[in-house]
Write a protein that binds this ligand. Structure first.
Ligand code: HSE
Length: 307
């Protein structure tokens, strides 16, 4: 292996949609995937833990994103050495694909000295992912509202202040985004679109004013959840349990099957412990991941064994 300097890129998990914001809203969570990388003689991909679903060849999503970035910029991508440290569960609605795509773009950016801006990275990532709601917070961190203008993405970072955090319920079964998008209708009734517009207004107001008592109304949705809930066994029970423990509201995290509850940060430990206990009673082997809304997006740094 050529001994070029080693770097590591860290990319956070993300939760998209957040109730009414289908393909529009997303936020970063406190869990990261990391990829150690450098130039090599041949493409070599190693995993920290074995996962038979991750290709170790040119079909690897991190490599695909790096190659696509190089191609778009008219540059040749050298062979890569990649070592993946994955902590984001795959096909779980927590942005694992977005994390791979963003990591790949940063890897190409670093090795080819492209000096891409975050906005350029976002546009490339959206082109690969198909929608900006996960990739934007994976790049910028925080809570992002995105508008896709034919591939030219406008991202607004919504301020996150006050006593607010989230808790993810994550089942042992997975659900691919492809499957979860197939069940969506091509058209929706006008009154459902109007309803979601009101929810988005309430959602952004809740964060700008820190009046989180609006969230139970803001987290409603008629665009995707009604069509997807049957894919998530336990959907109604989880909403009820979270509500009984004091959550502001609960929605599907991304395309699912994970479910995300907004709660008071001051009650994070209490909520997570009791939620975890209560979820043992329902099928699906659910585990609980409490998280603050992570203000940091992806970062690249020189790798040393302390990273
Ligand atoms: N907005 C996307 C969806 C997120 O719900 O299908 C998953 O990639």
């Amino acid at each position: 292996m050529k001994n070029t300097s080693m770097h590591v890129v860290h990319v956070p998990a993300t939760s998209a949609n957040l109730g009414p914001g289908f393909d529009t809203l997303g936020m970063a969570l406190d869990i990261y995937n990391s990829v150690v990388f450098c130039q090599s003689d041949t493409l070599t991909i190693e995993l920290e833990t074995s996962n038979p679903n991750i290709p170790l060849n040119s079909q690897n999503l991190i490599y695909i994103a790096a190659k696509r970035t190089a191609d778009l910029l008219g540059r040749a991508l050298p062979p890569l050495y990649l070592k993946q440290y994955d902590h984001i569960p795959m096909a779980s609605g927590m942005g694992s694909s977005a994390a791979c795509i963003v990591a790949g773009i940063y890897i190409a950016d670093t090795l080819l000295n492209l000096w891409l801006s975050k906005k350029q990275i976002l546009d490339i990532a959206t082109q690969i992912e198909g929608h900006p709601d996960n990739v934007a917070p994976a790049i910028y961190g925080g809570l992002c509202l995105n508008q896709n203008n034919n591939g030219d993405i406008l991202t607004l970072q919504i301020p996150v202040k006050g006593d607010i955090a989230v808790c993810i319920a994550h089942p042992s079964f997975s659900l691919s985004t492809k499957t979860a998008r197939k069940v969506l209708p091509h058209e929706i009734p006008m009154h459902d679109a109007i309803y979601n517009l009101s929810c988005i207004g309430l959602f952004t107001s809740a964060f700008y004013t820190q009046d989180y008592s609006l969230l139970p109304y803001a987290l409603q949705d008629k665009l995707h959840q009604p069509y997807r809930k049957h894919l998530i066994k336990g959907f109604d029970q989880i909403i009820k349990i979270a509500h009984s423990l004091g959550a502001y509201g609960t929605c599907i995290s991304g395309a699912g099957p994970s479910m995300l509850s907004f709660i008071k940060e001051s009650q994070l430990d209490f909520f997570a412990q009791n939620f975890s206990e209560a979820l043992k009673e329902i099928s699906g082997n659910w585990s609980v991941i409490p998280s603050k809304i992570n203000k940091n997006g992806a970062i690249v740094e020189k790798f040393n064994s302390n990273n």
